[in-house]
Design a protein. Structure first.
Length: 286
């Protein structure tokens, strides 16, 4: 059961492309690159960004790829490979694009060998693979430009879509996300940061940083108590760019919730391995 697979992790600001050889239930990585993407650009610009990353990982191959695995945010028709992202502040210009056919024609891979996954599901599949948690019920939360949520149970993974769940004066993603943190600081301190990383690395704004992550921790605790604890998972895995700063909020959250929290591996290759395991080896059934 061998294959040479192209794996793509497409986010709001990046594309990660990798080539993975799957053989007899094991994986080996041939090449791996990460490129920036302007997801608000015109369609042609976005595709050039995608192709730049893909072409880099394919350039040294001798044998052709046989499969393509894609992690991409929703709304998206994952079965047919069509973008449905409308009014999401990303990828507006590829609305209704048949991404599956584009990849098939561009890279000579049959459409029935191209697989699409919701990004939150792909993240959780990767972490379940990494930690070997196939027998457990696990919730995955990605904290970044948005709030992704998925659950793995009885060999199946499901998108929870709790980022758009009713929460406080809006939805959960209004509070537990980059924009939630940045908006909090701007509202209380009249200062605008471009992203959370800029805030984390700033020595000048230590008091504001502490307050902002207190705000995040309080919101995350309330969200977990409201939406996650009723699911009764054995573990919650936290990933996404904000989880890189877990030393600023994790202890505070863990002290307030009864479910063990685990920080994700932060290894993008696990997303690839998890998607392939899901389809190729039936380690996990979607």
């Amino acid at each position: 059961m061998n294959s040479l697979a192209l794996c793509l992790d497409i986010g709001g600001t990046h594309i990660t492309a990798a080539v993975v050889k799957a053989k007899d239930g094991t994986f080996s990585m041939f090449s791996h690159v990460r490129e920036g993407v302007d997801s608000m650009a015109d369609k042609d610009v976005i595709l050039r960004h995608w192709e730049k990353g893909i072409d880099k990982v394919l350039s040294e191959l001798v044998d052709p790829i046989t499969e393509i695995y894609v992690s991409i945010p929703g709304p998206f028709d994952y079965e047919n490979g069509i973008s449905l992202m409308d009014g999401m502040h990303k990828y507006q210009s590829i609305l209704y694009m048949d991404v599956k056919s584009y990849l098939s024609e561009k890279y000579a891979v049959p459409t029935d060998c191209i697989y699409f996954f919701n990004d939150a599901q792909a993240f959780l599949l990767g972490e379940v693979y990494h930690y070997g948690m196939y027998e457990q019920k696990v919730v995955g939360l990605t904290l970044g430009t948005g709030l992704g949520s998925a659950i793995f149970e009885n060999g199946k993974v499901k998108d929870l879509n709790y980022g758009s769940a009713k929460f406080r004066q809006g939805i959960a993603e209004d509070y537990i996300s980059t924009r939630g943190i940045i908006k909090y600081i701007k509202t209380h301190n009249h200062h605008t940061f471009q992203n959370v990383k800029e805030l984390v690395l700033s020595d000048q704004w230590k008091e504001e940083k502490d307050k902002a992550f207190d705000f995040l921790a309080d919101a995350l605790v309330e969200f977990i108590q409201t939406y996650i604890i009723p699911l009764n998972p054995s573990c919650i895995i936290l990933g996404g760019s904000i989880a890189n700063a877990h030393d600023l909020f994790l202890q505070q959250v863990q002290s307030a919730v009864i479910i063990p929290l685990k920080i994700a591996s932060m290894d993008e290759m696990n997303i690839c391995y998890g998607m392939i395991a899901n389809v190729k080896f039936n380690s996990i059934n979607n």
